[in-house]
Design a protein around this ligand. Structure first.
Ligand SMILES: Nc1ncnc2c1ncn2[C@@H]1O[C@H](COP(=O)(O)OP(=O)(O)O)[C@@H](O)[C@H]1O
Ligand SMILES: O=C(OP(=O)(O)O)[C@H](O)COP(=O)(O)O
Length: 462
């Protein structure tokens, strides 16, 4: 069913109206609270500008990270200068997303003014989709716009529940084309993928509009991919993504797993993973996925080696200054004159000692993964290969980004999805080399799976 779009609202529909806009401003921040990639902010700009230009009072709502209660490091305050700069207006910030102070600030908003609410996930009721909380959010506004594609797979209060109390509830431009094509395109699932792709666009300050030509291109690329079709899945959101793997196995010829994803697979097979990230309740699923890959004839590759660290930190101990004390296959760092100064702690991914955790894929894995991708004609990548935010553990992600950029230059279709994956590719300076860039990781994977997105379903039909 096609959904109503913010573009359908004009004149008196918007002039002087309080509009609650759910956006996905879940951008990566460094330890100084500096934005390291603003792709998601730029992707939200066209919808917000449209509302400003039509004299609406814009109330922006977003989450940032996965806080448990009020957590200063997950405040949205550091985003205010960049959002203001991109919109060309001074954005007001509220200390909360509901309550008296917020109501006062909303009441004081001029036509065309913008208020950014504090992280909606500071209230546990958000993720619980609590009806009373939904009502409080709804009471702030006259109408609702959802442009948070990256969070459309979550049935939370601000993405789904609020629509039961606030109408009209319409789609923003980032999602709009998807809805309009949803009804009649054969490959509807891909259409969303597309939508964002073309709405985001590489190095522009704002999103250029999608075009039919581009849409057709993507429909062909993902709905009916040129084979071999490869997927690369990594990152840390194991529980979100491990279920998607099952459906990917029915679509791809090659599946590469990296990032924090892999240790659940290794532990499930009885290997030692030290203190690496593991989802204990997904061990059986991991085994069944390995078996399914075999029975379907899909090449599922896990990294053979990983770089380990003694803690999850930029300054973690992951090097040995003197040779010979590490029993595994160490990778040597050579100075220009050939002197060995340190060795990465590279170990077999299946035997990580207690007290150590895998934070990147190792050089053998990079080589195997790169070679396996040589035959691919279409590649989807979601989730970094390692903790790329820390220089010591960025090599795997950088190498895969570089590989995809090279393949892209040779005509291979490369699609990158996910906040951190896009940030990693941007950081490597390779975003403009890829075929497509998407704001949603989990959301785009669930679309590929064919799952309906709650944040989409909740919107008014066109
Ligand atoms: N081995 C690992 N252990 C823990 N975290 C990891 C590991 N590899 C990657 N990560 C983390 O995964 C995060 C990104 O995961 P995710 O949110 O699933 O990706 P995306 O945002 O692209 O969808 C990054 O912050 C990265 O540091
Ligand atoms: O970053 C996001 O998703 P992604 O990491 O899959 O791209 C979205 O903001 C959703 O966040 P969530 O996975 O904490 O619900």
């Amino acid at each position: 069913m096609a959904k109503k779009s913010v573009g359908d609202l004009k004149g008196d529909d918007l002039k002087g109206k309080r509009v609650f806009v759910r956006v996905d401003l879940n951008v990566p921040l460094d330890e100084h609270q500096k934005i390291t990639d603003d792709t998601r902010i730029r992707a939200a700009v066209p919808t917000i500008k449209y509302l400003i230009e039509h004299g609406a009072k814009v109330i922006l709502c977003s989450h940032l990270g996965r806080p448990k209660g009020v957590t200063p490091k997950y405040s949205l305050k550091p985003l205010v200068p960049r959002v203001s700069e991109l919109l060309g207006v001074d954005v007001e910030m509220a200390d909360d997303c509901i309550g008296e102070e917020v109501e006062t600030k909303v009441a004081a908003l001029p036509d065309g003014g913008v208020l950014l609410l504090e992280n909606v996930r500071f209230h546990k009721e958000e993720e619980k989709n609590d009806p009373e909380f939904c009502k409080k959010l709804a009471s702030l506004a006259d109408l609702y716009v959802n442009d948070a594609f990256g969070t459309a797979h979550r049935a939370h209060a601000s993405t789904e529940g609020v629509t039961k109390f606030l109408k009209p509830a319409v789609a923003g431009f980032l999602m709009q084309k998807y809805y309009s094509f949803y009804d009649w395109k054969k490959y509807a699932i891909c259409c969303i993928f597309l939508d964002l792709l073309f709405s985001i666009l590489y190095h522009s300050e704002e999103c250029p509009p999608s075009s039919m030509q581009e849409l057709d291109y993507l429909v062909g690329a993902v709905g009916n991919p040129t084979r071999p079709f490869a997927a690369i899945v990594g990152g840390s959101k194991v529980s979100t993504k491990i279920g998607v793997i099952e459906s990917l196995l029915g679509k791809v010829d090659l599946l590469l797993l990296g990032g924090g994803m892999i240790f659940t697979f290794y532990k499930a097979q009885g290997y030692s993973v030290g203190s690496s990230l593991v989802e204990e309740d997904k061990l059986e699923l991991a085994i069944s996925l390995l078996e399914k890959a075999k029975s379907k004839g899909v090449s599922l590759l896990l990294p053979s080696d990983v770089v380990v660290a003694d803690k999850f930190a930029a300054d973690a101990n992951s090097m040995i200054a003197n040779m010979g004390s590490w029993p595994f296959g160490d990778a040597m760092n050579l100075q220009p004159h050939g002197v060995v100064v340190a060795m990465d702690r590279v170990v077999p991914a299946s035997s990580i000692a207690d007290g150590w955790m895998g934070l990147d894929i190792g050089p053998d894995s990079i080589k195997t993964f790169s070679e396996s991708l040589d035959a691919a004609k279409t590649i989807i990548w979601n989730g970094p290969m390692g903790v790329f935010e820390f220089e010591k553990f960025a090599a795997g992600t950088d190498a895969i980004a570089k590989k995809l950029a090279d393949l892209s230059a040779n005509g291979v279709t490369t699609i990158i999805g996910g906040g951190d994956s896009v940030a990693a590719v941007e950081k490597a300076g390779l975003a403009d080399k890829m075929s497509h860039i998407s704001t949603g990781g989990g959301a785009s994977l669930e679309l590929l799976e064919g799952k309906p997105l709650p944040g989409v379903l909740a919107l008014d039909d066109a």
